[in-house]
Design a protein around this ligand. Structure first.
Ligand code: B3K
Ligand code: ZN
Length: 860
């Protein structure tokens, strides 16, 4: 796509109802690697009189087209690069179209593709137009009957949405399997998978007593690695019934794990397709984080069955309607399955790094964007994760019961429809008899608000006055901002750390005063659980931060206080990088106490002992002082080890290990022990301990912890570990991805040699997104020291990969380019190097829409 006319964005304001409805469609696929024939028989009904029929279609080889059985001649229609237009059509008619496509050549992994001998579809957002000419928009809902014809000896399982209704052996030896999905759905939820799998079967009895057959398909030989995902699915199904009274609706629920996939997973009706990374796990090859992710993503896709599938989006600008809400639901599920505090910490870390960065960059957009060139560019942390924060604020404002009432009203009112974010908020309003007009601004306004909180205590009248104000900065394309409705959940702590009072205040004006009475002493005001996606600014003294970190009852607030402390310290260091960086005794004492007596929640203890990462710190600066942040972090770590060495050793030993188990307690224990190890690796004589840790490990979490600790400490030992690891895991490509990522995070300049070498590793493939992300995604996201080298070598390396990937898989290329877009955040030579790479990329012929949109916005 290179002509500029093809590059016009679509706008939310231009939405029009579809001109034609297609209540039913019968689809037949004759699968063949390079020439799959697809025939669609659709029933169409005109909605707008006298308009031509315009169907989307890309990279399709049109074979035939007939209206009411009569073949059309080429002069009856017009075919462009991305549309099929028929000027004259009856008010109701059947349309039969046959196309031919080449799944084997489809490396973009959008539409129907063949990879690893599996035929697989990915239609969201606009992949269906690469399969069939069709109104590829989410508000055209159709009942699908799908027939798959293939050689079953090659592809034993021929799967599509809904229930299997027939299987027939054809005269030519091929098999035809037919499926019917009784629920009308948009084409982005259509799916087809054909391949050879091991199938794990199970069943689930719903609350109302229906038996649902559950089937999970994995690569042959991988059966044992699918049981955790299956169990997670059943937990998710039960949870949605208990929490929201939502029950599954079809008789069968299928999950297929494939190796080539652009993202985590896809919620196709009744036939979820998953990246195998988020299904396959066993105790020796999966990390604690892998197990967590599998449960959470299995939950996420399942929860979409109601929030996304039964009620879907009217247009793609409304994406957060299903994604923000479903992320919120999966977060609540995960919080109920294990530590709610840790879940909250992880969610907030993501917002404070990637989402705040997005808001501060050229791709800033509200959770409901208003203008889009390439829809795939808007599956963002803003739409998903800030979207989930917006839903969370609704729950905070309305209370859990109020939120539940609102959700029930929304689903009941709109079941079977394609609706908008406004419809969702209206349901919340109606079910709670409240007015959320100001709250709606969260949907249209981009950017991260800053909220300042000042306190004035009046001892004589025992009152506390809080002066709270909100500030907004302009974001790309949105110079003017309005005051938002911001819920702040606060605790007033007395000087011994007790919770004296708890309040939910809602800030609605630029500045507001809130007065609290009966406050016995000047309290420490604590923000609970990040109740709004804002940057809260409070002036704390060190003693107050330590009081919160040590004594607050809210685990999240304790962690947050430590984050503020470290950020303040790093900020001082960035202002005077040459001055000695001294850690206060009071802080060392608190940390020593945690090491000597870890809290019952060991995972929280580990978090309390962990410094903020580079990205979190970077987001706190207008211009990122890369070197000072990195040197500050190193100096702090060195001091911590020097001053707490014996306590780290003791805590490491006391924490101990037992045979691997994925349980909340064991995950916490490993996190704490590995945190100690990462500090201890910085001691001069740490080799023996690291070796012991590595060799005694019976699980991936501990093994990788030893490797990362050795690498970060710059020890040659990492080479021995890496060789041993590669030897042991050479047959497990998902584990080898961890090896790629680890070596790509090497903070030394040898990383460039490794990147070159690993990109020709027999297991590496430019066509597999997991491989490319494992290697180059890790390099650009987890190796700030080498990626942000002042000489620009890191940027050069990434830009070359982006250019290469754009010709293979534009979606992957457009994700990888993200860190380069942020050139305005640097005010040294890094800025020039990044700009030079972007400008060079911009000159490439045939740039995809995905890259074109991001690069041009960044260069504006
Ligand atoms: N809905 C899909 C994402 C599709 C991304 C298309 N580029 C997965 C999910 O959010 O559940
Ligand atoms: Zn989703």
């Amino acid at each position: 796509m290179s002509s500029n006319s093809a590059r016009s964005s679509r706008r939310l304001a231009d939405y029009r109802q579809p001109d034609f409805l297609i209540p039913e469609m019968d689809l037949t696929f004759e699968l063949a690697a390079e020439a799959t024939r697809v025939t669609a028989l659709m029933q169409l009904r005109q909605q707008t009189e006298g308009v031509p029929l315009v169907l989307d279609g890309q990279q399709l080889n049109l074979q035939s087209i007939a209206i009411n059985g009569a073949e059309l001649n080429p002069e009856d229609y017009q075919l462009t690069d991305d549309q099929l237009i028929i000027a004259k059509v009856p008010a109701t008619f059947t349309l039969q179209i046959t196309t031919e496509i080449n799944p084997a050549a489809n490396t973009a992994l959008e539409g129907l593709y063949l990879a690893n001998n599996v035929f697989c579809t990915q239609c969201e957002a606009e992949g269906f137009r690469r399969i069939m000419f069709y109104p590829d928009r989410p508000d055209v809902l159709t009942v699908y009957t799908t027939h798959i014809i293939a050689d079953q000896s090659q592809h034993p399982y021929l799967l599509s949405n809904g229930n299997q209704i027939a299987t027939e052996k054809l005269a030519d030896g091929r098999t035809r399997v037919s499926w019917h999905d009784p629920f009308a759905k948009p084409c982005y939820l259509f799916a087809l998978v054909a391949g050879n799998f091991d199938c794990i079967s199970d069943s689930f009895r719903t609350q109302s007593g229906r038996d649902v057959s559950l089937q999970l398909f994995v690569d042959p030989g991988q059966r044992d690695k699918g049981h955790f995902a299956m169990a997670a699915l059943k937990r998710a199904m039960r949870w949605d019934e208990t929490r929201y009274k939502l029950e599954y609706d079809l008789d069968v629920y299928m999950v297929v794990a494939v190796d080539f996939f652009n993202m985590g997973a896809m919620e196709n009706k009744g036939l979820n397709v998953f990246n195998s990374k988020y299904v396959l796990a066993d105790d020796s090859s999966a990390t604690d984080k892998d197990y967590f992710n599998i449960e959470s993503i299995i939950g996420h896709e399942y929860f979409h069955n109601w929030t996304g599938n039964r009620v879907t989006c009217r247009d793609w600008f409304q994406l957060s309607l299903k994604e923000g809400l479903t992320v919120f639901r999966d977060q609540e599920f995960s919080a109920d399955m294990a530590s709610a505090t840790l879940n909250r910490i992880d969610a907030v870390k993501l917002i404070r790094t990637a989402q705040f960065a997005e808001d501060a960059g050229p791709m800033a957009h509200p959770i409901r964007p208003e203008q889009v060139l390439e829809m795939n560019n808007f599956y963002t942390v803003t739409v998903y994760d800030k979207g989930a924060e917006v839903i969370r604020m609704l729950q905070t404002l309305l209370g859990k019961p109020g939120f539940q009432r609102g959700l029930a009203c929304y689903l009941q009112r709109h079941d079977g429809q394609a609706v908008t974010c406004d419809d969702f908020v209206s349901a919340m309003e109606d079910a709670n008899d409240t007015d959320l007009s100001q709250f709606r601004l969260w949907y249209s306004q981009a950017g991260t608000p800053a909220v300042t909180l000042r306190q004035h205590y009046d001892a004589e009248h025992t009152t506390l006055q809080l002066e709270v104000s909100q500030q907004h900065v302009a974001t790309a394309g949105q110079p003017e901002k309005q005051a938002l409705l911001i819920p702040l959940q606060l605790q007033l702590l007395s000087s011994d750390g007790r919770v004296d009072q708890q309040h939910l205040i809602t800030l609605s004006k630029p500045t507001e005063q809130f007065t609290f009475t009966d406050v016995q002493s000047d309290p420490v005001v604590v923000w609970e659980n990040f109740s709004a996606p804002v940057k809260l600014q409070q002036d704390y003294q060190l003693s107050q931060l330590l009081l919160i970190a040590e004594k607050a009852s809210n685990g999240f607030a304790r962690w947050d206080a430590m984050q503020v402390f470290w950020s303040n310290l790093i900020r001082e260091h960035t202002l005077q990088p040459e001055a000695p960086l001294e850690l206060p005794d009071a802080l060392i004492n608190v940390m020593r106490h945690w090491l000597q007596q870890p809290l019952p929640d060991k995972a929280l203890t580990a978090e309390l002992l962990t410094l903020p990462d580079f990205d979190t710190l970077a987001e706190q600066y207008l211009h990122i002082p890369v070197d000072a942040i990195l040197s500050g972090l190193t100096k702090i770590k060195q001091q911590l080890v020097a001053r707490l060495e014996q306590d780290l050793v003791n805590c490491y030993q006391l924490t101990g290990t037992t045979p691997y188990q994925y349980s909340e307690e064991a995950v916490g224990r490993r996190a704490l022990r590995n945190r100690c190890l990462s500090y201890l690796a910085l001691k001069p004589d740490s080799t023996e301990q690291l070796e012991q840790h590595y060799h005694q490990s019976d699980n991936m979490t501990d093994t990788l912890a030893a490797m990362a600790a050795a690498q970060d400490a710059g020890l040659p030992l990492i080479d021995t570990f890496a060789a041993d690891f590669a030897n042991k895991w050479q047959d497990n490509v998902l584990v080898m991805d961890k090896y790629f990522s680890l070596l790509a995070s090497n903070p030394e300049s040898e990383v460039f040699t490794s990147l070159t070498k690993l990109s020709t590793h027999p297991l590496f493939s430019w066509k597999n997104p997991n491989r490319v992300r494992a290697l180059f995604g890790a390099f650009s996201m987890r190796n700030p020291k080498q990626f942000h080298r002042a000489d620009g070598r890191g940027y050069r390396c990434l830009a070359e990969v982006v250019a290469k990937m754009d010709t293979i898989n534009p979606q992957v290329a457009a994700r990888l380019i993200t860190p380069l877009l942020a050139w305005q955040r640097f005010n040294d030579q890094r800025r020039d190097h990044m700009l030079a790479e972007l400008k060079l990329l911009a000159t490439k012929a045939n740039l995809s829409n995905d890259l074109y949109e991001k690069i041009t916005k960044s260069l504006l």
